[in-house]
Design a protein around this ligand. Sequence first.
Ligand code: FES
Length: 174
Amino acid sequence: MPGFEHGFISKGLIEKYAPAADYSIFISGPSVMYQFVMKEVAQLHLAPGWVRHELNGNTAAPDQFVGYSAAAKGKTFSMTVITRDQSTTIPAAANESLLIALERAGIIAPSMCRSGICSACRSQVLDGHTFTPAEFDHRRAADRGFGYVNPCVAYPTSDLTLQVPVHDYANQFG
Ligand code: FES
């Protein structure tokens, strides 16, 4: 149709419409689209804060993203959750985010965007492994280095221990 673009959003297409000065990008579409688009956007070398996308929530298929450990697929792991001086152990399915596992167990963990952007759910993995799709990984480098994850977009790939910040919840584990 005249006047409209169609097809994949490539680096060249973005550059065709981008201004010469600094600019930011807002990406909107199905989460699977990000696997292609983010590779193109990376070639533009924009600072992370200048690339934003809509809130997609968590995915039920983390194995579709690059870097996922195939050995984890279909498994249910054991997650020990520590809040203040309390701990409990709950199941954590490989295809559900850590935040969903917490909520399924009745643990009220902080959250807002549920898309890996706001860091309201920021928690620390003390032991074990998780997977965060690169497309939804907006953590600071220091957070990555010290084992912090955003549970809304982090998936268990082994048994793990998670320290969850609880702000003001009495009787957390009922
Ligand atoms: S709720 Fe916003 S990053 Fe997890």
